[in-house]
Design a protein. Structure first.
Length: 399
């Protein structure tokens, strides 16, 4: 629905078929009558398990799919870290626990699962059981629930054939000082069809001359002016703290970059408490650094400071060798709290940032932009380029 109020890689494990195993309740886990939250920590003299249930931010695939069909991410972090140690994910059904997935710890002691958000039409309750390993005895965690994430604050699934009024078009002018000498945002570079928004870079049909790139991005020759898909919800929807996610299939060629990002409602300025959060940027297939990046930009006094960069080993987050950022949809998300940003792809953590985290309300932006330094990297016959967005969803947690 349109805008509604309701709402790393050996470690990733997929759900196994329903030939699952029933396990009787264990005294080391939270019993059914106990209150269950989305985070639980169990500490024993020799082991520690932290378990967290996250929203529905796992949904890799070729076709559009409803946001409600996405899977929740369930993340277990065990100490001591024992790479390869087998860990079961169990769901509670009545008074028993049923094994639904098995994974193995990575080098950081994490095991990450994709799990159903509901069980028998109710929020799911999960625990993990770490199997015996060396001198470590088997241990079951406390339980966590997906209940906190059942009602997203805002969801956009791009129905119909037009953008919902919550979206507005951005960057209407050619601005050389912003490295946009040859490109600008325009409504004609955005379309909605088949349950997805398409953002494009196209040649500007109304341009009567060609563009020269000067300044720090100076390049010889002339280039066609381009129109970019660039939309945001400024003035219509914003939030403060929580999880923001978008399911995106990116463009293929270099010469432009697609992005899902957040900006402060009042803008970026010296002394401001806000920071730009670039949840994901993609610079095209066959990029030497893999193409995927995450950034945060903020002001320290009057000086603009940037954090983040290329996502290391980005191909490790793909499902298999046939997968690709321009071949299939993937969910890119950020978990935003007052002191920490956690970035994930299909529920698998890719990085964290601390310090200078925005403390003000932010609004989502989707864009496919051709910056001056990118324009010479693509031949005009390879335009247009497109990125597709299946859905955007926010779970606001507040201060």
């Amino acid at each position: 629905m349109s805008a509604r109020r309701s709402a790393i890689a050996t470690a990733l494990a997929l759900l196994v078929p329903a030939a699952a195993l029933a396990v009787p309740p264990s005294g080391s886990a939270t019993e059914p009558s106990d209150p269950v939250g989305d985070v639980a920590v169990l500490v024993t003299p020799h082991q520690r398990i932290r378990l967290e249930a996250l929203p529905q931010i796992v949904q890799q695939g070729r076709l559009v799919a409803g946001a409600d069909a996405a899977r929740s991410a369930v993340v277990a972090t065990l100490r001591p870290a024992t790479p390869g140690r087998r860990v079961q994910l169990q769901v509670r059904r009545g008074d028993s626990w049923q094994v639904v997935a098995t994974g193995r710890q990575d080098g950081r002691g994490r095991v990450q699962f994709a799990a159903a958000a509901t069980t028998d039409e109710h929020p799911s309750t999960y625990r993990v059981r770490a199997m015996a390993s060396g001198s470590l005895r088997p241990l079951s965690s406390h339980a966590v629930s997906t209940a906190r994430w059942q009602d997203p604050t805002w969801t956009e699934e791009f129905p119909g054939e037009h953008l919902d009024p919550v979206w507005n078009h951005r960057g209407h002018d050619y601005v050389p000082t912003a490295r946009r000498s040859c490109s600008r945002g325009h409504p004609s570079a955005v379309s909605v069809d088949g349950g997805a928004a398409r953002l494009s870079v196209v040649i500007d049909p109304d341009a009567t001359r060609r563009c020269r790139i000067r300044g720090r991005d100076r390049a010889p020759g002339t280039y066609a002016y381009r129109l970019n898909g660039h939309i945001g919800t400024q003035g219509a929807f914003a939030f403060r703290y929580g999880v923001a996610a978008a399911r995106v299939k990116f463009h293929a060629r270099r010469g432009q970059h697609g992005a899902f990002w957040l900006q402060p409602v009042e803008g970026m300025y010296p002394g401001g408490a806000g920071s730009e959060i670039d949840v994901v940027e993609y610079f095209g297939d066959h990029h030497p650094q893999g193409g995927l990046a995450t950034f945060m930009h903020r002001y320290d006094g009057r000086r603009r400071v940037s954090s983040g960069g290329w996502i290391p080993r980005s191909a490790s987050y793909l499902k298999n060798r046939r997968d690709g950022w321009s071949k299939n949809y993937h969910v890119f998300s950020v978990e935003w709290s007052p002191r920490l940003l956690v970035f994930r792809i299909d529920g698998v953590e890719t990085g964290r940032m601390r310090g200078g985290v925005s403390a003000v309300r932010q609004f989502p932006i989707l864009s496919l932009l051709a910056a001056d330094y990118e324009v010479p990297k693509i031949r005009e016959r390879h335009l247009p380029q497109h990125m597709y967005v299946d859905w955007v969803r926010v779970w606001e947690t507040g201060g």
